[in-house]
Design a protein around this ligand. Structure first.
Ligand code: FES
Ligand code: FES
Length: 180
């Protein structure tokens, strides 16, 4: 009999206490206990990438990651990237490029692309292809998906430039406020 153990999961900035057998796949806890259905169950064998989450920022297959391994670490799921009204640039780019058919692989594609762009804001096509090569898309949407990652890099660069431009204005407003 599997004994249930109290575990702490840090997911998308919130802390959850769950009781589970330590070898329970993280994917089951996310979907069944926390109602986070962004990560998908595909193969259940660590092969397809549909269940990908970020564990301390690293793309990780939640179907073959145990609750014990994930406990105490920072877990980010698709739900932790953006909201319906404020999409993350990677999500926005996938919509703009219409990079989906059935959509089942998208969770893994988006989470893997997010981790890539965090590490390398300007990846070349070959790098994007290599990074996504272990994420399977049975619909053959690869061309659009690669274009979406390139578009996401552009959106992130524009966002960073806008933030850098806004900073001096904010600083001078603070100084003006101090003077008056
Ligand atoms: S469901 Fe996890 S890799 Fe396929
Ligand atoms: S869009 Fe269907 S599996 Fe990728």
């Amino acid at each position: 009999m599997n004994r249930h153990t109290p575990l702490t999961l840090h997911v998308n900035g919130a802390t959850h206490l769950v009781a589970a057998a330590v070898d329970t796949p993280l994917l089951y806890l996310l979907r069944n206990d926390l109602a986070l259905n962004g990560p998908k169950f595909g193969c259940g064998l660590g092969e397809c990438g549909a269940c990908t989450v970020l564990l301390d920022g690293v793309p990780t297959r939640a179907c073959v990651t145990t609750a014990k391994v994930a406990s105490g670490r920072e877990i980010t799921t698709l739900e932790g990237l953006g909201t319906r009204t404020a999409l993350h640039p990677v999500q926005q780019a996938f919509i703009e490029e219409q990079a989906a058919q059935c959509g089942y692989c998208l969770n893994g594609m988006i989470m893997t692309a997010k981790a890539l762009l965090d590490r390398d804001p300007h990846p070349g096509v070959e790098t994007i292809r290599r990074e996504l090569s272990r994420n399977l898309c049975r619909c053959g949407t690869h061309v659009e998906i690669v274009r979406a990652v390139q578009r996401a890099a552009e959106l992130l660069a524009a966002q960073a430039a806008a933030q850098a431009a806004a900073l001096p204005a904010a600083q001078s407003a603070v100084h003006e406020g101090v003077r008056t």
